[in-house]
Design a protein. Structure first.
Length: 331
């Protein structure tokens, strides 16, 4: 542990910082964040000048200088290899970074590991590959926990199912449990009412009642496709049921006399994803929406991170207790 009594972490594929925010709130101190995309790196540095952000290809990141010095290695490795939109090529997709994550686990030997990916990883198609990941972690000295986590169970007003794999090094007492689901859920209308009504929209109260449901999963899209919107046809239809026009993204909230279905702004999307309102995604709307849509919701990262932190605290407490018991006192 650091002198500040925070546990040390390294995160790869840091993206726009969603997971990093949550883990920081849970008590982890980021030694290093690794991210490839230039705009993402710039955003991370603007928002957290104290974070050590390295803008580089994770293939070139050498974990050996950090060996046995890191409490948590985390990362949301790219989803396209396991998503339907990405054609589910799995290990045959050049974007698959599970091998790099496992390499870094071997090099760094962190006490805990946290890996996040899409629901598609649980598909029967990937049974053997998923087992390979678990077996590799076991051979490297880790017990594993794997669970499908829905963001809506942890205060985020969208479904957003994600697979989370946790590795606990076998020399640490494994008391990790995934966080309990919250009894109450947030909804889109309540979550962004203040933002959508900030220009005095007269129909905001009526819209709020219609939007009192959980949103479909936000999508970040691809560099290869056009401007920002709220996803494919089925997703746009789900947004329409909430009274939202998903065919594009607005620059500002609807005016007082606006009629019809409003479009959401990047700030509204960030709120739905669980980002702090002051998080700066830059001025390019398409890039901002891609950052937001591809992120891991900070509240979910916080809840899981809190459980990981408790595991490390428990281990630290019992390690101190063992040292404090002298042979004489033990008689």
């Amino acid at each position: 542990m650091t002198k500040s009594n925070k546990f040390k972490s390294i995160e790869i594929c840091a993206g726009a910082g969603g997971q990093a925010i949550g883990l920081e709130q849970a008590g982890f101190e980021h030694v290093l964040l690794v991210e490839l995309e230039k705009e993402y790196c710039e955003s991370l540095k603007r928002n957290r000048p104290n974070w050590n952000v390295q803008c580089m290809d994770v293939h070139k990141f050498d974990g050996r200088p950090f060996r046995n010095e890191i409490d948590l290695l985390s990362g949301g490795v790219p989803c396209p290899p396991f998503s339907i939109a990405g054609k589910q090529l799995g290990k045959d997709d050049e974007r698959d970074l599970f091998p790099e994550m496992l390499r870094l686990v071997d090099e760094i030997n962190p006490r805990l590991v946290m890996i996040e990916n899409v629901k598609g990883l649980l598909s029967p198609k990937f049974d053997s590959y998923r087992q390979h990941i678990i077996d590799t972690l076991s051979n490297l000295g880790y017990n594993t926990h794997i669970e499908l986590v829905n963001a809506s169970d942890y205060g985020v007003p969208q479904l957003r199912p994600r697979v989370v794999i946790i590795g606990i090094r076998k020399d640490i007492h494994d008391n990790f449990r995934f966080p309990q689901k919250e009894l109450t859920t947030s909804n889109v209308g309540d979550s962004i009412y203040d933002l959508i009504s900030e220009n005095g929209w007269k129909l905001a109260d009526e819209w709020r009642l219609k939007a009192n449901k959980i949103a479909p999963t936000l999508v970040g899209g691809s560099k290869k496709h056009g401007g920002p919107d709220l996803g494919p046809t089925r997703a746009k239809a789900a947004w329409a049921e909430l009274g939202v026009d998903g065919k594009g993204i607005a620059n500002e909230a609807p005016s007082a006399d606006f009629e019809g279905m409003p479009r959401l702004t990047p700030r509204m999307l960030a709120r739905i994803q669980g980002f702090p309102d002051n998080w700066d995604f830059g001025k390019k709307k398409t890039v901002a929406c891609r950052m937001i849509g591809n992120a891991f919701p900070p509240p979910v990262a916080y809840k899981i991170g809190h459980q990981l932190y408790k595991t490390l605290q428990h281990e630290a407490y019992h390690s101190r207790s063992k040292k404090d018991i002298s042979p004489r006192a033990a008689v």
